[in-house]
Write a protein that binds this ligand. Structure first.
Ligand code: FAD
Length: 780
């Protein structure tokens, strides 16, 4: 009896472990379990879909590497169980806002941060982590770093070095080699985990004379064997897709003499999956790049410049490693209906408020400055929109009607623009965790889909370019698309697609022989996102009103974009308010025009708030439209001063900067009024493009041009406020340059004032962040 029980426990444990590390795949022909694939888990947290699509790519590639991936979003905690997980776990997480976890990872991070968890809570866990971030923002990869720190504090073991991919320079710089090395690391982790378990089980089995001790080893060997077998027969073939050398796409007509990349059929089996990173010594066919191309008049001329559609040697002559075709997963059909309900505006209206624009003022004037506008919204009928200074709110804007029309024409679907769109999952899809996008509602028209659901301006990712190759007829264009999504073409992708923020329409216009089906666009274009704006007013000063300011973003014409265009939301708002716009020189708008309405929802920001203690001093740094929230702070403070005449108020400093004193000094009168009333103790303004007057130049050193120069000039005061008086420092505006420069300057100031080294200054700054006394609200 005792013996029986011991055997039983052993078998159950073995079966459990076996099931948890391996997955029996079924034969496609006979549906019988035929292959054992070791399993691992992929968990992602993603705000805009990048981490999600990388996680999906890894899950899809697993099979080619003889592995089985279980893919889940971190929010779906019923689908995974880290407390019991004994297969390797791969985390792919992005960071959003001021270093916060993406929405769908918030609860997970909260759970693992619980102080009650014991230090060996995740002792059994083996993990690898890829953190996505952007060095233009503070707290680079903060969510990934937080998860990693907690995993380690809770005893988890890392089986592969963490990757920190930087969207600021291109994720692929870190991403590609990280994924390349991941497979071997997973297999090594699996071997080690199996060996550890075998040791463990052998120890257990020692109690059981009836169980042959080697049986567990056999299981492990089978497990490992399956990895090797599979690799040999299948994975290597499928995981690498190497396109042979091919002469420049510029010479499309001469392509007959070159290696036909249009022969890609066999090299790119539809549905083969995974990201390919290794070169497998492709046989190179010697080709010489043509130095000339036929001009319009048939006269050959020297092809000097590379462009979106044309490459130059060495790229045009290289063998290429391109990703495998992303597996299609949606079936899309269009159905003619008698009458389609004409929906205007976003569909999910529960949390949205349709509010009128009650005033629109142009704040900046002159040719050499950006167009800055102030809009006032009438929120009096929407108590849920009551905001605090520091809050922002989302504006829901549609895609540009003209672009939607052009896209419909380009897809040859213009006649079906009012047809109803039906989307379902392809039954035979190989895409892991495929789902019909939740943000696309039922019964909408094609026109509505392209206007309100998909971000048609989003920059096509490499996987999208790869998928487009399959729908491109012209061989030179196919080759160029392959280059742009290949490892070798990474620099060209950045230069011609990513940096100029090319849209799919611009791409399809340049690649005229590409005719993708609608389903491909739905699979690859992300959800149309609302644009956040900071409140630039206080409800105390303007009850029932909400102000915001923005610059109209301009994208100049360039290769692949024959005409310049405006930012999606700022361009749309500009067109919308144009008829009611108050120009700087005019006093008021003509009141007779109907006020346009927009859809908005509130985004409360619990930390970017003026200090609750009235006596706490604070410093605000907000050049350009970054001044927006501080106008709200100061309006509130002015009201508080009136209501509390006896109270002691802390000092308030504002550092503002713009190009020209007479061009884009936003809120000049209001700011000077705050100084006169004592609400603002110090207003420090600098102008980056105004010439320094001669007498000024002779009297003093160079005038400060940027906010950080002014900060430096007031170093002692600022460090006093921050380090001795427990004060606060707020930074708002451009993330790409200003916020970084301000951060570096603060570090220098702390170094000097406290006489400490770089490391200590960094620590002090990090402490200020932790204490929520150094706060940022930055974008760009
Ligand atoms: P899109 O068509 O989305 O193009 C944006 C792209 O243009 C960006 O990817 C970037 O590469 C480029 N770009 C060039 N200049 C700018 C720029 N000045 N801002 C952003 N992107 C730029 N903007 C304001 O003007 N005022 C605000 O008060 C404000 N508050 C914000 C608060 C938060 C919390 C966040 C996250 C952003 C805020 N923004 C603010 C930025 C705003 O949400 C939009 O990104 C911006 O107005 C551009 O939107 P768009 O649709 O016109 O441009």
């Amino acid at each position: 009896m005792v013996v029986f029980r011991a055997v039983s426990v052993y078998s159950i444990a073995k079966a459990f472990l076996w099931q948890s590390v391996c997955y029996l795949s079924k034969c496609a022909v006979c549906s019988m379990p035929c292959q054992v694939k070791p399993r691992f888990v992929v968990l992602y947290g993603s705000q805009k879909g990048q981490a999600e699509s990388i996680a999906e790519g890894i899950a899809e590639s697993a099979e080619e590497h003889g592995l089985f991936a279980e893919l889940s979003c971190l929010k779906d905690n019923e689908k995974y169980n880290l407390e019991k997980e004994n297969a390797p776990v791969v985390f792919i997480v992005s960071t959003t806002g001021d270093g916060e976890p993406p929405d769908n990872a918030l609860q997970f991070v909260k759970r693992i941060k619980k102080k009650t968890l014991s230090p060996d809570h995740y002792k059994h866990l083996c993990y690898a982590l890829l953190a996505l971030g952007d060095t233009n923002y503070a707290n680079f990869c903060n969510c990934g770093k937080t998860i990693e720190r907690r995993l380690q504090e809770l005893g988890a073991k890392q089986f592969y070095a963490t990757g920190y991919a930087d969207d600021g320079v291109g994720l692929e710089v870190v991403l590609d080699p990280w994924i390349e090395g991941l497979w071997a690391a997973i297999k090594e982790a699996l071997s080690k985990m199996s060996a550890d378990r075998t040791g463990y089980l052998k120890g257990e089995a020692g109690d059981s004379p009836n169980e042959p001790p080697h049986s567990s080893i056999a299981d492990v060997q089978l497990n490992l064997l399956s990895i090797t077998d599979h690799q040999d027969c299948e994975s290597i073939r499928a995981s690498v897709e190497t396109v042979s050398k091919f002469a420049t796409a510029a010479s499309s007509s001469a392509s007959a003499t070159q290696i036909a990349v249009s022969d890609l059929g066999p090299a790119f089996p539809a549905g083969s999956t995974g990201l390919a990173f290794q070169s497998h010594g492709t046989a190179s066919v010697p080709t010489s790049a043509p130095e000339t191309e036929a001009g319009d008049a048939g006269v050959p001329h020297i092809a000097l410049a590379a462009s979106l559609t044309r490459s130059l040697p060495p790229l045009s002559e290289s063998s290429l490693n391109v990703p495998a075709v992303p597996p299609p997963y949606l079936d899309v059909s269009l159905q003619e209906v008698d009458a389609v309900e004409q929906i205007v505006g976003p569909l999910k209206k529960e949390t949205l408020h349709e509010v009128p624009i009650s005033r629109a003022v142009q704040l900046a004037r002159g040719d050499s400055v950006k167009t800055a506008l102030l809009l006032e919204l009438d929120i009096s009928a929407h108590p849920m929109m009551t905001y605090q200074p520091g809050d922002s709110f989302d504006v829901f804007c549609p895609n540009r009607a003209a672009e939607v029309e052009d896209l419909l024409h380009r897809l040859d679907l213009h006649d079906q623009r009012d047809h109803q769109v039906h989307i379902s999952l392809r039954k035979d899809t190989k895409k892991k965790g495929a789902q019909v996008p939740s943000y696309i509602s039922q019964n909408i028209s094609l026109l509505y889909l392209l206007t309100w659901c998909l971000e048609i301006r989003s920059v096509p990712k490499k996987a999208f370019l790869r998928a487009l190759v399959e729908h491109t007829g012209d061989s030179a264009q196919r080759r160029r698309l392959q280059e742009l999504c290949s490892k070798q073409g990474a620099a060209d992708y950045n230069l011609y697609v990513r940096d100029p923020s090319l849209s799919v329409l611009e791409l399809l216009t340049a690649f005229s022989s590409c005719s993708p089906p609608l389903s491909l666009l739905i699979e690859h274009l992300p959800k149309l996102q609302p644009r956040p704006y900071s409140a630039a007013s206080s409800c105390l000063r303007y009850p029932g009103r909400l102000h915001f300011v923005f610059n109209v973003v301009e994208f100049p014409a360039r290769s692949g974009r024959p005409a310049g265009r405006r930012g999606l939301c700022t361009g749309w708002l500009f067109d919308l308010i144009n008829p009611v716009l108050v120009l700087p020189e005019k006093a008021e708008s003509s009141g007779s025009l109907a006020l346009p309405k927009i859809h908005v929802s509130l985004r409360p920001n619990c930390s970017f708030r003026p200090p609750s203690a009235l006596s706490a001093p604070f410093i605000m740094v907000g050049p350009g439209t970054g001044v927006a929230p501080f106008i709200g702070f100061l309006q509130q403070r002015e009201k508080e001063r009136k209501e509390n005449p006896e109270a002691i108020f802390g000092e308030t400093w504002l550092f503002f900067g713009c190009r020209h004193r007479d061009g884009d000094y936003l809120f000049r009168e209001e700011l000077e009024g705050f100084v006169s009333s004592g609400t603002l103790s110090q207003l420090k303004v600098c102008f980056s493009r105004d010439d320094q007057k001669e007498e000024e130049a002779t009297l003093s050193a160079a005038r400060p041009r940027y906010v950080q120069h002014n900060l430096l000039l007031n170093s002692q005061h600022i460090t006093d406020i921050l380090l001795k008086q427990n004060g606060y420092l707020y930074v708002c505006g451009d993330a790409k340059n200003m916020a970084k420069d301000v951060n570096d300057t603060l570090m220098e100031m702390i170094k000097t004032e406290l006489q400490v080294d770089q490391l200590d200054a960094m620590k002090r700054l990090a402490e200020l962040r932790e204490e929520k006394r150094y706060l940022q609200d930055i974008w760009g």
